[in-house]
Design a protein around this ligand. Structure first.
Ligand code: TYD
Length: 205
C-alpha cells in the first residue's frame, strides 16, 4: 500500500523542526515505516540548490527564487518522496509546496497563478496531511534570532513574515481537511500534545 505524505509548515521559528521528533515517536509506536526529510535541500543537487537559495551573498530575483524552489522540489519528489511512498513508506517533509505559496506568493508578492501553473505542469502531488505551526511573527522571530546565523529569508522585515503567516492561515481556512493548525505560541509540552493529537486523529481516519 502507498505510504502517506505528511508536511510541516510555518514561519521561521515556529517550532516545526522540533516537532519532527514527536511525530516520529508517534509513528514508531504504531510500527509505521517512515522517512524524515526537508525542503529545500534534499540529495546532493538539493544541497547545492539550498546553499544558493539561503546564502546572504546571492542577489536572486523573485522569479529565479521561485524556479529554484520548484527545481529543488521536483528533484526531491523524483529522487526521494515518490519512490518511498510507492514502497509503502510514509514521508514526513519539513516544508513543501505550501511554503512556496506563503513565501514566494505571500512574502515576495508573486502571482499565485504562476505557482499554480508550475505546480500543475510538474504534477506535484498534494500531501495527505499538513500541520501548520502558527504563532505571532514577533514571538517567532525572537525565537529564530536565538539561532546562530540568520539566512536570507530570516533577515527580511517583519511585514514579509506577516504576509507569509497570513497566506498560510488563508490556505488552512480554504483546505481545512488537509491543513491542521497547531498553536505554537504555547509551551513545548502543549505544542507536542496538539501534534500527537493531530497524528492520532489522522491514523484513525
Ligand atoms: P531553513 O533553514 O530550512 O528554515 P526553516 O527551519 O525555517 O524551515 O530554510 C528554508 C528557507 O526557505 C525558509 O526561510 C523558507 C524558505 N522557503 C521558501 O521561501 N520557499 C519554499 O518553497 C521553501 C520550501 C522554503
Amino acid at each position: 500500500m502507498r505510504g502517506k505524505f505528511i508536511t510541516l509548515e510555518g514561519i521561521e521559528g515556529s517550532g516545526k523542526s522540533t516537532s519532527l521528533k514527536d511525530i516520529a515517536n508517534t509513528l514508531d509506536k504504531k510500527s509505521i515505516d517512515y522517512i524524515l526529510t526537508k525542503e529545500p535541500g534534499s540529495g546532493s543537487l538539493g544541497k547545492d540548490l539550498r546553499s544558493l537559495l539561503l546564502s546572504n551573498d546571492n542577489k536572486i530575483s523573485s522569479e529565479v527564487e521561485l524556479l529554484l524552489m520548484m527545481a529543488d522540489r521536483k528533484n526531491h519528489l523524483d529522487s526521494l518522496i515518490i519512490p518511498n511512498l510507492n514502497n509503502g513508506k510514509w514521508v514526513i517533509s519539513d516544508r513543501y509546496l505550501d511554503s512556496t505559496y506563503a513565501y514566494q506568493g505571500g512574502g515576495r508578492n508573486m502571482d499565485f497563478a504562476l505557482i499554480d501553473e508550475l505546480s500543475n505542469s510538474l504534477n506535484l502531488p498534494a500531501p495527505d496531511l499538513t500541520i501548520l505551526f502558527d504563532l505571532p511573527v514577533e514571538i517567532a522571530l525572537e525565537r529564530a534570532k536565538q539561532r546562530a546565523n540568520l539566512d536570507r529569508f530570516e533577515k527580511e522585515p517583519i511585514d514579509f513574515h506577516n504576509r507569509i503567516r497570513n497566506i498560510y492561515k488563508a490556505r488552512a481556512e480554504e483546505d481545512s481537511k488537509r491543513i491542521k493548525i497547531v498553536d505554537s505560541s504555547v509551551s513545548f509540552q502543549e505544542v507536542k500534545d496538539q501534534v500527537v493529537y493531530i497524528i492520532s486523529q489522522f491514523l484513525n481516519e
